[in-house]
Design a protein around this ligand. Sequence first.
Ligand code: GDP
Ligand code: MN
Ligand code: MN
Ligand code: MN
Length: 255
Amino acid sequence: MELHAVTDLPEIRPGDDIADLVADRAALEPGDVLTVASTIVSKAEGRTADLEEYPVSGRAKELAERIGAVAGEQKDPRFAQAVLEESTELLIECPFMLTETRFGHICVNAGIDRSNVPDHDLLLLPRKPTESAERIRAGLAERGHEDVAVVVTDTCGRPFRHGQRGVALGWAGMSASRDWRGEPDRDGRELGVTVQSVVDELASAANLVTGEGADGTPAVVVRDWAFGDLEGSDELFRDVEDDLVRQALREWEFE
Ligand code: GDP
Ligand code: MN
Ligand code: MN
Ligand code: MN
């Protein structure tokens, strides 16, 4: 398996066609997976915003005050308002906002990014990352690159562990995960629970190549990698009914 950064991509502007820009710069082959940082998908989709666009509600004001008091510095209530508008649920309110985005991904601050965003205050996540991935995949196919799967990624924190890593927000042309249940281990014991989140693992590997700073390499080609013949599943985000951690957070009393 090899991972190659797509080099020489420009600063992405609203309306830019990512499939076109990548197809001009990468010799794609059937079976490749293209990972694309959500940052440039959002830029292309015009998902930039400015703080002045968010008139502050009482709830946002209260959240910013509480978080600011814990942090020992003032927090902009317009940022809290932007986070609320991008979210369907707040799982933790303070000292940081852990939210569910409108497309079902749980992350801090609804994934709103303030790095690598020239000319605007904020970069919101793509509205529907799976549709973004489908559009990029279709664009590649139109340019003769058939059979390239696309994964839209973001850098995201992890509960229980220090450090961030890449995760998949949306994908097209492949299943999200590989179901090992029923397969034998080396001693012939049947695997009972392992469903491997392939799109997240590819997103993490690709994130090593994209970097997080000024590298300018938001797209990565994964080559000589195969999904294999195990059953796939397209489920990545847990429903609240089978998510004990989320249920516990709902029960938790905020101080
Ligand atoms: P995120 O993980 O989706 O939030 O994206 P990051 O902000 O971590 O950026 C991932 C990579 O994309 C880094 O190498 C950045 O330097 C690069 N990057 C961000 N925006 C652009 C852009 O508009 N053009 C190019 N060429 N690279 C970008
Ligand atoms: Mn960023
Ligand atoms: Mn991000
Ligand atoms: Mn990143």
